[in-house]
Each structure stands twice: as C-alpha cells, then as structure tokens.
Write a protein that binds this ligand. Structure first.
Ligand code: PEP
Ligand code: MN
Length: 338
C-alpha cells in the first residue's frame, strides 16, 4: 500500500503519516523524488483498508499497490503531451514526427549525406549512434564525442534535431551538450540509475522498450524519469523477443493504442529494430501510423550493404523517400498532417 502526499507537502507531513502508521504497528518508509513524496507501508498484502490515512493533512491519495502510474497516466479528457524535438518540431501533436538516420555515425561525410537526404524527404530529426550498445564487445562501439560533433554539425547544416543514445550515467552531461533528445536504448530500459540521471537533466528523453519488458514495466521506466522532474519523455516500441526467427524482433503494435488509452506520453515506433528486415520496414511503418503512432524512428544508410551496423534493416536513401511519400494516406486516415 502507498500513501501519496500532495505536491506541496513537507517532510513533516510525511513524518506525521509515518508516525500514525507506527502507532498502528506498521513499518513504512518515505520515498522522496524531485516532485513527489510517497510513503510505502511495508509488509501489507491482501485486503486493502486505507486506515483513514487519506484524512491526514496533505495526503493526496492512498493506493493498494506500489506500482501505479502517477506522472505518466492519462487524465481523462486531456491531450497527449507534446514533447519538443529540437526548436522546430514536436512529437505528440497532430503532425507525424519522423526521425531518421544511420544506426551508427560512421564518418562526417556519411552522416552529412544521410542528413541532407532525410531532411529533403521530410524527416524532422536525425538519429545516429555515437555510443553504440553492441551485443559483442568486439563490434564497433561508436566514435563517441567525435560523432557527437558531427551530429551537431549536421544539425547546423540541415536544421534537423539530433537524437542519440546515452549508454551510461557518466555520459549524460556530455551527450546532453550536443543532442536535442537523449535516447535510452532497449538494453538500458531497466537501468534505473540511468533513468534517474536523464530525469535530472532538461533535454527530452526517447525511451525504448526493453525487448523483454511488459507494458507495465515500460511505463514504470518512464515514471522513473518523470519523478525526477523531466516530463518530456517519448516512448518507443521497438519490438520484443519471441520464438520467431523470420524477424529479428516481433513488433508489438497493439501497444500503441493501449499506451494511448492509459498514458499521456507520446509513442513512436521503430520498425527497423522492430523487424530487423529491410523489406518489412515500410509496411510496418504504414501500420504503425495507421494505428495511431505519433511518429517513427527509422534507420537509413547511403549504402546499407556497407553499413557498420544494422545494414540488413536499413533503408537506402531512395527507399526512405518512397516510404515518406507512401505514409501520407495512412497519416491522413489517423487524423494527422503528413
Ligand atoms: C538503436 O537505436 O540503434 C538501438 C541500438 O536500438 P535498441 O536499443 O532498440 O536496440
Ligand atoms: Mn541499430
């Protein structure tokens, strides 16, 4: 059971609740984050009796379990949050937001070529990994800060916002200096110190679903970021691991309308990692937009066959242009501007 304190409550108000509980013979602990105080009553399972605690001063509500969405939940009648994607675009409004670029930033020339092409085709942000979370320690790990500099240069040249992954809490400040949006990858969705660290800085966060995470775990990971004060979280469905072998991951698109129902956070879809196959990226992009996704993140490469990572799921520049053109009727059908 948890006792959620009102936003303006003081430590004394929470201590009062703890002493009331103590008097009733219950142990409890105060969980305090930047924007919320919560008292968890320990060792209570089974039937729920709020013990009259909701009448104590500055108590907001008493809930049976310690897993509710407090910041990320949808309030009836309210619109999806609009999260800035650099200075010129947002995710979560009526306009579909497409983020595109290479899996890894390989060179200055590679990045600038792709950036110009995806900008021309209608993308609003450039993706590209500077710090790469590779499965093998013997695979290319990214160019690090040099790649961040090239991403910033590409932003200067094209006006595209920059989305790039941060792998560790130690790099949050460095990546936030260059990026418009910090990506937390699938492998790190459960890494709560990193979630807190990106919650304590001001740049928006693109949070990818862990490939074995349930929807509840995914949303609670977003909650970790939000309790630290950063409400600019973009969720990203990128496929989950199943028994299937014809795809790299199984793209779980039902999560899109379900997240729309339960959460006010915008949700985008990554059909590149979500399928792992070049020929499936366009149809699944269309499907994602048709079922209500606020945007897409797509891997694009000048020469996919020569890509240093994820070439088999990357579109070439022409394929990406065609994808963008083909999205228009699906965007219109789901009530969006293209
Ligand atoms: C990526 O976006 O290149 C990436 C590594 O994605 P994920 O974390 O979804 O595997
Ligand atoms: Mn990739």
């Amino acid at each position: 059971m948890i006792v959620v304190m009102k936003p303006d409550s003081s430590k004394e108000h929470a201590d009062h609740v703890i002493s009331l509980l103590d008097g009733m013979g219950f142990s409890s602990c105060l969980i305090e984050s930047a924007e919320r105080k919560v008292v968890e009553v320990l060792g209570i399972a089974g039937s729920f009796d709020n013990m009259g605690l909701e009448n104590a001063p500055m108590v907001d509500k008493v809930l049976p379990e310690a897993g509710p969405l407090l910041a990320a939940s949808r309030r009836p009648g309210e619109e999806t949050f609009q999260v800035p994607l650099g200075a010129r675009a947002t995710v979560g409004g009526t306009k579909l937001a497409v983020i595109a670029g290479p899996c890894s930033v390989e060179s200055r020339a590679q990045l600038l070529e792709i950036a110009a092409a995806v900008r021309e085709a209608g993308a609003v942000a450039l993706r590209g990994g500077a710090f790469k979370p590779r499965t093998s320690p013997y695979s290319f790990q990214g160019h690090g800060e040099k790649a961040l500099e090239w991403l910033a240069l590409a932003r200067e040249e094209t006006g595209l916002a920059v989305v790039t992954e941060v792998l560790s809490s130690a790099h949050v400040e460095l990546v936030a200096r260059y990026a418009d949006v910090l990506q937390v990858g699938s492998r790190n969705m459960h890494h709560t110190p990193l979630l807190r660290a990106v919650g304590q800085q001001e740049k928006p966060v693109l949070l990818k679903r862990g490939w074995s995470a349930t929807l509840e775990e995914f949303l609670l990971a977003a909650e970790y970021i939000m309790v630290e004060g950063n409400h600019n979280v973009i969720l990203c469905e990128r496929g989950i691991r199943t028994h299937e072998t014809y795809v790299r991951n199984t793209l779980a698109l039902a999560v899109v309308p379900e997240i729309k129902r339960v959460s006010q956070l915008p949700i985008i879809v990554d059909p590149s990692h979500g399928t792992g196959r070049n020929h499936l990226v366009t149809p699944m992009s269309n499907a994602a937009v048709a079922c209500g996704a606020d945007g897409l993140i797509i891997e694009v490469h000048g020469k996919p066959a020569e890509a240093w990572s994820d070439g088999e799921q990357s579109l070439d520049l022409g394929q990406f242009r065609l994808l963008m053109q083909g999205l228009r009727p699906f965007a219109a059908a789901s009530g969006r501007e293209g």
